[in-house]
Design a protein around this ligand. Structure first.
Ligand SMILES: Cc1cc2nc3c(=O)[nH]c(=O)nc-3n(C[C@H](O)[C@H](O)[C@H](O)COP(=O)(O)OP(=O)(O)OC[C@H]3O[C@@H](n4cnc5c(N)ncnc54)[C@H](O)[C@@H]3O)c2cc1C
Length: 388
């Protein structure tokens, strides 16, 4: 497969910038600022923006490979990049108004970083529920939202927030609003001294924002969510997790080879487990990349894949991707730990997989798997698979 110059650049940034920064990012729980700065310098925060607006027009499959590459060196940086690209995708695919077209050219020029505020106190992890309504004050629109987990809120330039359309609307009648941080008063209400993904810097905030009507993304949030936010999130998050798993297996493999060398060319007892974990990794890789390519082809097709994107099968299969990739990354890292033993258990060994394991356990929580299984299980009552 030919590698685009942009992907080659991201791989270089992963090796030369993200890798060296990863220890401090994790230890200090700080934003991977040098990685995001390097990506900005290459215009990669606007990678998905169409070339007509000055972006690279990079597809989701390639963005997935970029998340994989970053995830092999610094999972927090990979996740920040992935989350930002999900926000960009929502604006590119659903912001068909002059305001958003102007915003996208500004994004290309200024490489603005967009954070996501879908979580809200009182709704748990239900993205399709909002409590906070848009309030009217003459021409000004206002919202007060208690976001429970907001990654890189400090370092972002803009926020993309889910809100309730009006105070009379149902909790599921939502809109997506893009606000510049200069339009917001943000009070930090919790900390992010977390087990893993420490560099995502994800505390809770109470956000008071003022904005104009044209900052509301025109399409209904139900469509934005089903056709773009969920597919992009599940594909790019899974790609970042695939990066973590890939590096954990690479470390296990290097450890087994080192053991073989120390044995004078003998066969270490762990080779069978290395084979087993490599098999799991290949399964994960094939699944993640296949779904990314499938979605890429759909949205590039003549009708934009409208019918498929709204289908039950598409939703179920995307849920399967998120559920399996988030489980596999933790399983693969655990297997890598069993292979590397106490050497992998040490934080300061070249074969250490401790950060991988800690980061991997965030995967099942980013939109809780229990929640997804519960909703997906209901879909299975009517889902027809390929069984004869
Ligand atoms: C690293 C990281 C970064 C994040 N970044 C952001 C961000 O930038 N912006 C943002 O808005 N959010 C972000 N989130 C939040 C995230 O995506 C979820 O919204 C949030 O993690 C859900 O919080 P919760 O687990 O406390 O709540 P819940 O989903 O309510 O889960 C609480 C518990 O209840 C269980 N549970 C909940 N519902 C059900 C159900 N229906 N059936 C069975 N069990 C159920 C869950 O398994 C879990 O044990 C991030 C999360 C992580 C881990």
């Amino acid at each position: 497969m030919s590698v685009s110059p942009q992907l080659e650049t991201v791989r270089h940034i992963a090796r030369e910038v993200a890798g060296p920064a990863s220890y401090a990012v994790d230890k200090d729980g700080r934003f991977p600022r040098e990685v995001i700065a390097a990506l900005k310098a290459e215009g990669l925060l606007s990678a998905f923006v169409p070339q007509t607006l000055g972006g690279h027009g990079t597809g989701v499959a390639e963005l997935g490979l970029m998340c994989e590459a970053l995830g092999q060196r610094c999972a927090s940086a990979a996740m920040v990049f992935a989350m930002h690209q999900v926000q960009v995708a929502c604006l590119v695919r659903h912001g068909h108004t002059p305001f958003f077209q102007d915003y996208l050219t500004q994004l290309v020029r200024e490489q603005r970083l967009i954070a996501s505020v879908t979580s809200e106190a009182g709704v748990g992890g239900s993205v399709r529920t909002s409590i906070c309504p848009i309030e009217h004050d003459g021409d000004i629109r206002k919202v007060r939202k208690e976001g429970t987990v907001v990654s890189y809120g400090e370092d972002a330039d803009d926020l993309l927030m889910t809100v309730r359309r009006t105070s009379d609307s149902a909790a599921s009648d939502q809109a997506l609003v893009l606000v510049n941080k200069s339009q917001c008063d943000m009070e930090i209400v919790s900390t992010w001294d977390a087990m893993g993904m420490r560099g995502t810097c994800s505390p809770g905030y109470v956000i008071n924002a003022q904005f104009a009507d044209d900052q509301i993304v025109p399409d209904p949030f139900a469509d934005i969510n089903a056709h773009t936010m969920v597919p992009w999130a599940h594909i790019l998050w899974s790609s970042a997790w695939l990066g973590i798993a890939t590096d954990a297996v690479a470390r296990a493999r290097a450890f087994v080879r080192e053991t073989a060398k120390k044995m004078g060319g003998g066969t270490p007892p762990t080779v069978a487990r290395l084979s087993e974990v490599s098999t799991q990794l290949q399964l994960m890789r094939v699944h993640v990349r296949e779904r990314a390519q499938h979605y890429d082809q759909l949205i590039r097709s003549a009708d934009g894949g409208a019918e498929t994107l709204s289908s039950l099968a598409f939703a179920v299969q995307l849920n399967h991707l998120k559920l399996s990739a988030s489980q596999q990354v933790a399983d693969i890292c655990t297997q890598a730990l069993r292979i590397t033993g106490t050497t992998g258990y040490r934080n300061d060994s070249p074969y250490s997989v401790t950060r991988h394991l800690r980061d991997a356990h965030s995967a099942a929580l980013m939109i809780g798997n229990e929640r997804i299984h519960a909703a997906n299980g209901v879909l299975h009552l009517i889902y027809k698979d390929e069984a004869l």
